[in-house]
Design a protein around this ligand. Structure first.
Ligand SMILES: Cc1cc2nc3c(=O)[nH]c(=O)nc-3n(C[C@H](O)[C@H](O)[C@H](O)COP(=O)(O)O)c2cc1C
Length: 192
């Protein structure tokens, strides 16, 4: 895939082949992408918990919530469609700086792109239940749980569609593939 195809393919995926684990070398690329990411003043404040054992992934899964824009449960991965890897992004609360959230976004974008380059789909999740996740993973109270990124080999497609009347809502087509409206270039960019 060239870089622009990769950008198009690197969407949010919400149904996975749960029987297909992520090989070590692909996991290595995903984690290395986060490690090498840019960060403000090169502070590298983020810390990640890599949830890879199937038992632990299943323990965390009920505390993740998917596709809130779709009718109830329509976007929630069903039994056998769960992700096979979670990367929990955290930072020390007392050390939070102006740009920590931006660092976080960059690290997640890097991880999801590295995954996509290997055919692995992902979904960044902010709609998560942080207290039970903290308990299950024994995450120190001094650390904020920012987001979780879910990974797995996707079993659906996701297509970019033109946005109509400013409606940002994604939807499922007749094959249950995701359709994701994006704003036009004219709306986003002012050329001078
Ligand atoms: C910071 C952030 C938080 C998100 N949280 C969730 C979430 O909790 N659950 C979910 O299903 N999708 C979540 N998403 C995925 C967005 O819904 C998705 O990026 C958006 O609909 C556009 O689709 P695309 O990623 O395929 O372009 C999140 C994305 C971002 C960037």
């Amino acid at each position: 895939m060239d870089i622009m195809q990769l950008m198009k393919w690197c969407r949010s995926y919400r149904r996975f082949d749960q029987s297909r684990p992520i090989p070590e070398n692909v996991l290595d690329h995903i984690l290395e992408a986060a490690r090498l990411a840019n960060s403000a003043s090169n502070r590298q404040q983020l810390r990640f918990v890599v949830v890879r054992s199937p038992e632990m992934v299943e323990k965390i899964f009920p505390f993740t919530h998917w596709a809130a824009m779709l009718p109830k449960e329509a976007g929630q991965p069903k039994e056998g469609e769960h992700p096979v890897l979670f990367v929990v992004s955290t930072y020390e609360t007392a050390a939070k700086a102006k740009w920590t959230d931006l660092d976080l976004g960059i690290a997640e974008a890097r991880m999801t792109l590295a995954a996509a380059a290997e055919g692995v789909g992902s979904c960044i999740l902010a709609n998560i239940e942080r207290d039970p996740i903290r308990e299950a993973l024994d995450i120190d109270a001094a650390y904020e749980i920012a987001t979780i990124t879910a990974f797995g080999y996707p079993t659906h497609e996701s297509h970019i569609v033109d946005m109509k009347d400013g409606d940002v809502k994604y939807y499922l087509d007749e094959k249950r593939n995701f359709c994701v409206p994006k704003r036009s270039r004219e709306e986003l960019f002012r050329m001078v």
